[in-house]
Design a protein around this ligand. Structure first.
Ligand SMILES: [Zn+2]
Length: 99
């Protein structure tokens, strides 16, 4: 399990050149220190900007500091194998149907 620790307004962040989350290269905005890896022995150190640090902070505030996070992309289009009727329009309602 990957451990992510964010230290807000950490002096270490001044060594970073880009935000690890949004990629901004504005060094003045890099205020937070992100450590990723095993608890106590992080493999990665990165800087995070004020705005992105705020987002992570709010997530931790709302859902608790110990969160397992999975990021998925919502499926917005039916894939080829899900269209079983040739020529069917999966997103449109049936035209002749009435209630
Ligand atoms: Zn950022």
């Amino acid at each position: 399990m990957t451990f992510v620790r964010l230290t807000r307004h950490a002096p270490e962040a001044q060594n970073a050149t880009t935000c690890a989350v949004c990629g901004t290269a504005d060094a003045r905005q890099l205020t937070d220190h992100l450590q990723v890896g095993t608890p106590g022995a992080p493999q990665q150190d990165a800087g995070v900007c004020e705005a992105c640090g705020g987002v992570i902070n709010q997530m931790a505030d709302k859902y608790g500091p110990q969160v397992t996070m999975v990021v998925d992309q919502a499926q917005t289009q039916a894939s080829e194998r899900e269209i079983t009727v040739p020529g069917a329009q999966p997103s449109k309602p049936e035209a002749g149907e009435s209630h």
